[in-house]
Design a protein around this ligand. Structure first.
Ligand SMILES: Nc1nc2c(ncn2[C@@H]2O[C@H](COP(=O)(O)OP(=O)(O)O)[C@@H](O)[C@H]2O)c(=O)[nH]1
Ligand SMILES: [Mg+2]
Length: 439
């Protein structure tokens, strides 16, 4: 069980010292690479500035109801926790409330599971009202389910008295009722926020610069790329809100055009289903982005599956038709590829298109990426509104073929369309008869 040494990690961060454990079933049918899983969990912990002192994966030969981990492992880790002055242990799995409590007792430190950790991250990162509400809702539902599941145990512990509740009511029931009420209130508020969402979005759209959002899996290298691209940029330091929100920074492109770069919360594999809504809400900002950079770890064993996950979520975010026109796929970590694979990737990115090979670590390909962002932003900036007669089928078809239709309002005999066009097509459209440009 202890055949892989505990990995010492950064001691530079001043945050809470944590232990990260990724337990996996020995010989489970779909057992994926445990090291990759562990790396992801460590990445998640670092996302909220926890100081990962020790990280290891542990194979389980059987499921142990009391502590999940085997007794030998629990004892061995107790030594590690004491020696390393760990104050928080993260178990990258689902713990029952009883397992959580037993581990806390055995180790004399706080213990959280994967859902708890992800909830914390979402809570720290939610930027919109809708995002915060969704996260709070998920957190309360999580808490409530824990109360339900620990019911018998706690009731016995309390001796069955219910001092605080009504007649015959136990504390747990009171807690559940309070949480239930809070959940109902949150749901109502959430409805309201969703209803007025579009109004807010329009108001916020007045940010004077286009927004470029980095999306992708945790550990794909989003933050590294974010730092690399904005590192020596004076505009980044100039922006007032750069200091207020560390996940947004200004960036001046080679042409001199200024944009805001936004580092979003990362995707995680096997996201607990009760967190899906909260996760989507934290991605709300991506809907406002003028350009999306999908950062991929091409050296990851599950790179293709991750790509599909990200794409299917993006599709559901209601980003408008043909959002792919506003997307760049950054094939990151090419420094980890074999030389010939790397050459192939770099050659591919020299061709015009939406794929670009980079290494956020070495800086390879980053200059080209900035240029590509520049040229794509100049395309996405041409947002226009035109009126086309409904009988002019040819113009209508042309617009759909060459542009991205963002909005369409059909009248009696005319339609008003809001669309994005690149420079060349814009001038072509201007020479078409029967198309009127609004304002
Ligand atoms: N070898 C290599 N490692 C990278 C590269 N980009 C990021 N990393 C490493 O991958 C890990 C996760 O990076 P991070 O930027 O935190 O990923 P994020 O979760 O997407 O923000 C860190 O250990 C980085 O040092 C790269 O281009 N090459
Ligand atoms: Mg990050």
């Amino acid at each position: 069980m202890n055949d892989h040494p505990a990995k010492g990690a950064s001691d530079s961060a001043s945050g809470t010292r944590v232990l990260v454990v990724h337990p996996f079933m020995k010989g489970a049918p779909d057992s994926r690479d445990p090291q990759a899983r562990l790396d992801e969990a460590v990445g998640l912990a670092q996302a909220i500035a926890l100081d990962v002192a020790v990280a290891e994966y542990v194979s389980l030969s059987k499921y142990r109801p009391s502590t999940l981990l085997g007794q030998g492992t629990v004892e061995r880790l107790k030594g590690v926790i004491e020696e390393q002055e760990i104050v928080l242990a993260i178990i990258d799995s689902t713990l029952s409330p009883i397992q959580q409590r037993n581990l806390e007792k055995a180790w004399d430190c706080k213990v959280i599971d994967r859902t708890g950790l992800i909830l914390d991250i979402f809570g720290a990162r939610a930027r919109t009202r809708e995002g915060s509400l969704q996260v709070e809702l998920a957190a309360l539902s999580y808490q409530k389910s824990r109360l339900v599941r620990s019911w018998t145990h706690l009731e016995r512990q309390r001796g069955g008295f219910g001092f605080l509740g009504g007649p015959g009511e136990t504390q747990i029931e009171t807690d559940r009722r309070l949480i239930g009420e809070r959940i109902a209130r949150l749901k109502k508020e959430l409805e309201e926020v969703k209803r007025t969402r579009d109004l807010h979005r329009k108001a916020r759209k007045r940010v004077p610069y286009p927004i470029v959002a980095l999306v992708g899996y945790t550990n794909a290298g989003k933050s590294t790329l974010f730092n690399r691209l904005t590192k020596s940029d004076v505009f980044a330091q100039d922006l007032l809100f750069a200091t207020l929100d560390p996940t947004m920074r200004g960036l001046q492109l080679p042409s001199g055009r200024k944009v805001i770069l936004s580092d979003t919360v990362g995707f995680v594999s096997d996201l607990p289903h009760e967190l899906v809504a909260a996760f989507r809400a934290t991605l709300e900002e991506v809907r406002e982005a003028d350009l999306i950079i999908h950062v991929r770890d091409v050296a990851h064993p599950e790179s293709e599956a991750q790509k599909k996950d990200v794409e299917s979520v993006l599709k559901e975010l209601d980003l408008g038709s043909a959002y792919e026109q506003r997307l760049i796929e950054a094939l990151n970590k090419i420094d980890l590829l074999e030389a010939d694979e790397r050459e192939g990737a770099l050659a591919a990115s020299a061709r015009p298109g939406h794929k670009l090979a980079v290494s956020a670590l070495t800086g390879d390909g980053c200059a080209l990426l900035l240029e590509r962002i520049d040229s794509m932003i100049s395309i996405t900036m041409n947002q226009i509104s035109v009126t086309i007669s409904l009988s002019d089928g040819a113009s209508m078809a042309w617009v759909y073929e060459h542009g991205e239709v963002l909005e369409r309002q059909d009248g009696e005999d005319k339609a008003i369309l809001k669309l994005r066009l690149d420079e060349a097509n814009l001038s072509r459209l201007k020479s078409r008869l029967g198309v009127t440009f609004d304002d």
